[in-house]
Write a protein that binds this ligand. Structure first.
Ligand SMILES: [Zn+2]
Length: 443
């Protein structure tokens, strides 16, 4: 490293330093507003500390950051694409593969939205494009919202790209291959990179923590080379992306059908009286829901807006149904037993989980029905969140149906919009099937 600094290839700078106007700012995350003076046990003098990116390790004006001054050494393109073992793709996935390869090979547009219904299998669709990029010696970054998803994605990459070396990075974990062109990471870790990627793919792009976080969005723009391209993948793009796609400012590839080709379960909107604060009674619709789970041997999720609500409601269910109490539990992000509970729910030891939006996306369960209580709490249950939640049901080919209830004391515009949007996507999927069935050059 010292050698590289002397050669002028690497720059050594204080992590918290002065900008052109003489104000302190963080060179990792760009924080300007909140730089605090703190006395740390590790330093003899008080330091200027950046609180904004502390979860990646504390940075101060006494800690150096190193930055490449020159372009990263290019990897000589092998020209030989890495072996790719894809699972069997549906006709509509294959069409999306062709369209995304087209996007990669054309100079414009530079941004692509992959808009796929929940359970369409959108990740595999970009694998052929990744193979092309790697064969051309391009650096590729795949970013996903949570560490569990990074791990799961790492396993999938191993299966689909046998023998490929890649770097995997999430909070507290790093497997690095210095020559690897492919990096998989959580979105938080974007802050660690400088501009070096030719292609950045963001999965679940509308999810926490990226959505609505200016610091991470700035980091996302920064890691892409000026000539690089960007792909957003989501089931629920926010309205501004939908507008940009309609205006042709960004490319869009749609996957209108689930991989099993069956329509999305359409939610039933139910208006009924609900307990006000404490769970002083169990609404009849919930009792019927649980009864149905028992008789049809299915699993159920009940979504509530708050952690307190989740715990209280699960407890009153356990009291109300003592003979099922050991099969009912609750879960939320602060629950230390959450991974264990998810496992017990997957294996069927638990048949009912009361949850916050923690289980809104990412995890899949068989034979699932679900119910959203207080679905009119729009700050928690936005249109996108309701669509994602409904998208948990009917994901397997063996059980493509299932029940989705949105329950509230009044039916809000948000609930109606989520319902309409799901109906609209089903129509789009249906017309896709019809078009394929009548087109003369069908595959
Ligand atoms: Zn910072």
């Amino acid at each position: 490293l010292q050698q590289l600094i002397l050669e002028g290839k690497v720059q050594r700078l204080a992590a918290v330093g002065l900008d052109k106007l003489g104000r302190f700012y963080c060179r990792r995350c760009g924080e300007q507003e909140q730089i605090y003076v703190e006395r740390l046990s590790s330093a003899p003098q008080p330091c200027r500390v950046c609180p904004s990116c502390r979860e990646l390790g504390t940075l101060t004006d006494g800690i150096p950051l190193y930055r490449w001054r020159v372009e990263l050494p290019r990897i000589k393109p092998s020209g030989v694409p890495p072996p790719l073992a894809l699972p069997a793709l549906t006709v509509w996935q294959e069409q999306a593969v062709r369209e995304s390869l087209e996007f990669w090979r054309q100079p414009e547009p530079r941004t692509l939205l992959v808009w796929a219904v929940c359970g369409a299998g959108k990740t595999e669709v970009v694998f052929p494009l990744i193979r092309d990029a790697l064969a051309a010696g391009k650096r590729v970054l795949l970013a996903v919202p949570r560490r569990e998803i990074v791990r799961e994605l790492g396993e999938r990459i191993k299966r689909c790209f046998p023998g490929l070396a890649f770097t995997i990075l999430y909070g507290g974990h790093k497997e690095e291959f210095p020559t690897a062109l492919l990096t998989i990471t959580t979105t938080h870790q974007l802050l660690r990179f400088t501009s070096c990627f030719d292609l950045v793919i963001v999965d679940e792009a509308d999810a926490f923590p990226l959505y609505g976080n200016p610091m991470l969005n700035a980091a996302l723009e920064r890691v892409i080379l000026p000539t690089g391209k960007k792909i957003y993948m989501t089931a629920t793009p926010d309205p501004s992306w939908q507008r940009r796609a309609r205006r042709g400012e960004i490319g869009v590839v749609k996957i209108p059908l689930r991989y099993h080709g069956r329509p999305l379960p359409v939610p039933t909107l139910i208006r009924t009286a609900l307990p006000a604060k404490k769970a002083e009674f169990i609404p009849p619709v919930v009792k019927e829901f649980i009864f149905r789970l028992r008789t049809q041997e299915r699993k159920g999720l009940i979504f509530l807006p708050t952690v307190q609500g989740v715990e209280a409601f699960a407890r009153s269910l356990q009291q109300e149904l003592p003979n099922q109490a050991d099969q009912i539990d609750y879960i939320h992000a602060r629950d230390p037993l959450r991974e264990e509970k998810v496992k017990r729910f997957s294996t069927g030891q638990l048949h009912l989980l009361v949850t916050t939006t923690l289980l809104e996306r990412g995890l899949n369960f068989d034979r699932l029905d679900l119910l959203v209580l207080y679905a009119d709490q729009e700050r928690i249950f936005s249109v996108e969140t309701l669509i994602q939640i409904a998208g948990r049901v009917g994901r397997s080919a063996a059980d493509p149906g299932g029940v989705v209830y949105f329950v509230a004391e009044s039916i809000t515009g948000t609930m109606k919009t989520a319902h309409q949007e799901i109906v609209r996507m089903n129509k789009e999927g249906n017309s896709f099937i019809k078009k394929k069935a009548t087109s003369p050059d069908r595959e």
